[in-house]
Structure formats: structure tokens, C-alpha cells
Design a protein. Sequence first.
Length: 190
Amino acid sequence: MGTVIRRIEAVTGRGGEEWVSQRLRQLDEAAALLRSAPAELPQRIEGLLAQAEEARRSLRAGQREASRQEAETLLDEARDVGGVQVLAVRSDAPDAQSLREMGDRLRDKLGSGVVVLGSVFNGRPGLLAMVTPDLVERGLDAGAIVNEAARVMGGGGGGQPRLAQAGGKDASKLDDALAAVADIVTRQTG
């Protein structure tokens, strides 16, 4: 018997009139905020959502371009550590995806080497390490590099020999973690 019973709630009389009046006031307020007639609200909202999406796309494209330009300037900071080109620098990448894209560009431009990028996202430090295939064959391991560097920040991480990520707890020690990379690479190649 209970399977076909439906519960219906209703507001009637004076309460119903007040409920409808309140909803109409809210609709009028929303229309006024959007500088539109109440009947045009759905189209106006769709238009605003489309504008917001386009703004997000444009912002992301601008961030990618800034990341490309930053990558070009960071290449100058690569240094030779025991015959291995090592680039361990802080980046202003706005998110992990941008950091990864920057790392890919730097690794490709470096040719043969180790790239470790550090950045702070939402108050938490993060590291990304990349090792070119020729150096993986020589025994270098991005997972071990990034894990040891992350310990400086009170964190840890890991990954594959060619690509690894780590996080930390103390953002103030990000530069110290990046400075430790040269010694870590020296020990791995030693």
C-alpha cells in the first residue's frame, strides 16, 4: 500500500499569497541586479555564464603565456653539477598544471638534465622534478630527488624516475629545498 503514496506539501490561503509575493520580490530583485526584465532573466544569466567562461579561458591563456615567458628566463639559471645540467628554481606558476607544463618546456629546452620547480599553492609548498631519459639510464631518479628535497620542507613525495611530485608543510623552506637539489644530484651521480 505504501509504494504508491506520494507526499504533497502546499501553502494555502494567506500563507500562499505571502509565499508567492516573496518569490516575486526575489525575482524583481534579481532582475534589478542584472539590469534586466524578470522575463529575460534566463537569457541574461546564460549570457553572463558564457562571459564568465570566456573570461576564464582568456585568463588561462594569459597564464600559459606568462608561464612560457617565465620558462625562457629560468633557463639561464641552469648550472652544471658534476657534468649534469641542473635547474632548481622557484616558479610563479598559478597551479600544478601550469607548473607541469613549464617543467615540460624547460626539460625539452634543456635537452639533458634535471629540472626541479618549486611553487606555493594555497599556502602549501610543492615540488616537481623531471629527469631526462639519458640521465635516468645513468641512475638519476626524480622520485628520490624530490622526496629528499621535500623533507627539507617537512614533507615528502615521489613518483617515477622521470617525473615526480612532492609537497611540504613549511612554505618558508621552499628555497632551502631547491638549494638542496644540487647536493642530492651529486650524491646520485657519485
